[in-house]
Design a protein around this ligand. Sequence first.
Ligand SMILES: [Zn+2]
Length: 100
Amino acid sequence: MRKALQTVKFKEMENKTFVVIQVIERLCEFCEKPLRREEKEVRTIQISGHDDYENLLVKARAHDRVEVDIEENRIYLYDHDYPGDVHPSCVEKYGEKVNG
Ligand SMILES: [Zn+2]
């Protein structure tokens, strides 16, 4: 189960190694919901002391949101991007308004 990093306590992460996964969510320019997600493993980190945990919290601020899967030992860093693309259904819904 994935939980927001801010709700995960140091004790839950202590002495574990996590795979860090970067998740880029490409958002529709009309509805701002994801068109697609791209995930890739970027590194592994070990939380051996409280400093490692604090560092993770600081780094998390650079991302849209960060989630932790305690059972799977994974950390997900979410970032948004607008590829200049939209859902076909959104073009039907909003496209006509834009065009007048
Ligand atoms: Zn859309």
